[in-house]
Design a protein around this ligand. Sequence first.
Ligand SMILES: C[S@@+](CC[C@H](N)C(=O)[O-])C[C@H]1O[C@@H](n2cnc3c(N)ncnc32)[C@H](O)[C@@H]1O
Length: 211
Amino acid sequence: MSIPKKRPSQAGPGTSHYFDPAPAVRSKPRSVFLHLGELDLKLQADRGVFGSRGVDLGTLVLLREAPAPPVAGDILDLGSGYGAIAIALARQAPEARIWAVDVNERALELTRANALSAGTANVTAGLPDEVPGGLQFAAIYSNPPVRVGKAPLHELLLRWLPRLEPGGSAYLVVLRNLGSDSLAAWLATQGYDVRRLKSKKGYRILEVRAP
Ligand SMILES: C[S@@+](CC[C@H](N)C(=O)[O-])C[C@H]1O[C@@H](n2cnc3c(N)ncnc32)[C@H](O)[C@@H]1O
């Protein structure tokens, strides 16, 4: 199966997506748990936000299998949801600044609240346009929104990957049956050095290096 071509704007009336700026579905917060080695976090999730029933398996695979973040510098969690990746990175690299970026306002509010309760003051959550323009990232971690469709996904990656510092890497987790291999092939056509770092539980972790 390849990445779906459907754009959010083609969704039927009343359809709610986790990547909507303001989810139409009524809020119903719930607690979810992130266990990662010695890290044990209780996070608030909500309807209308990705992973509302529990931390996504792909997210766990990424956090368990990708290399640890750089100890300092600016690091991007692209598509933060309620902040599981950003907060785990922030705990691992307390001297680094983690930028948690999303288009979903409910997700951003949850990320801010979760960062506060996790004691990770080094997380900044915001909309894409709120990230300072000149900032470059020592690393990018993402469980990207493949369900937005192929063209918007490519557009998203072409917006952020060029902001990797020289020598920096991006780590993307994508389900094999949602097009991880074709995404890797496309990234290579864009001049990126792409490596399949891990393949686990149906997910691939792609390591993407700046040209
Ligand atoms: C697969 S979810 C991953 C969420 C979270 N990182 C996790 O692992 O639970 C992808 C996220 O990307 C966000 N997203 C969609 N389009 C985006 C865009 N253009 N810029 C930033 N984030 C976007 C969605 O709202 C969603 O929260």
